[in-house]
Design a protein around this ligand. Sequence first.
Ligand SMILES: Nc1ncnc2c1ncn2[C@@H]1O[C@H](COP(=O)(O)OP(=O)(O)OP(=O)(O)O)[C@@H](O)[C@H]1O
Ligand SMILES: [Mg+2]
Ligand SMILES: [Zn+2]
Length: 269
Amino acid sequence: MQAAKHIIAIASGKGGVGKSTTAVNLALALLSTGARVGLLDADIYGPSIALMLGVAEGTRPDTRDGKTLVPITAHGLASMSMAYLASDRTPMVWRGPMAGGALIQMLEQTDWGELDYLLIDMPPGTGDIQLTLSQKVTLSGAVIVTTPQDIALLDARKGIEMFTKVSVPVLGVIENMAMHTCSQCGHTESIFGADGGQRISTEYGVALLASLPLTRAIREHTDAGTPIVVSEPDSAAGQAYMAAAQTLARELGEQSASADFPTISISDD
Ligand SMILES: Nc1ncnc2c1ncn2[C@@H]1O[C@H](COP(=O)(O)OP(=O)(O)OP(=O)(O)O)[C@@H](O)[C@H]1O
Ligand SMILES: [Mg+2]
Ligand SMILES: [Zn+2]
């Protein structure tokens, strides 16, 4: 059984570039368009979406039948994470394959209901978990998050190539932590370099879905559990996430429409 019309992995080769921040804000942006959206935290070892969504520590999912888990809803978004299942004292000593198993289990045993989009916040890297997921789940595609830095771009390329190898379409690139505007004097600086997102998009012929600034507001709202898309939807960053969500939805609409066969209707009168 497929949990959603579209399952989308939010990934990058590199850690700390803003995958979770992007996943949470994109999910909430899609939700605000009226779509039914879920978010799965695939970071088994370092889950972060509970915090980012402001879900109180110790919140545990209900179960209706002892087999399936009811997702935790925050800001209207259905979510599931290892953070809801493992307590702080449970050591996360699981090995790679087991982590992959836990991820598929979380995906399949959550009672997502009918979703239009299920976003999966991937852990960093291009290892076992990423492969297990792309082999066991029919992904509509992946969104690659990168900073404009050369070292991040190198890892983003690895990510794009991994998904391409397993025939998962790359739906676009999100450049994060691009420009920074100084709060003192207002001058603008590219702390992690400039145009990296554009370069990699051009190189692989994929859309640059957004370029997010490096701002205190994104970080603070993320830490406070009130992502910028819901707390400051009209800010430049909020609007950038909204635009990215709309492009994504359009791309996926186009993708499924072009994959459809023409329907032949037969009437019996
Ligand atoms: N555009 C931004 N401006 C300022 N801070 C940001 C921005 N994007 C993310 N951050 C901050 O950077 C840190 C790392 O972000 P995040 O956890 O989303 O990265 P990640 O790629 O998911 O990391 P990991 O690889 O550990 O899963 C967080 O503290 C987050 O608040
Ligand atoms: Mg993360
Ligand atoms: Zn300055």
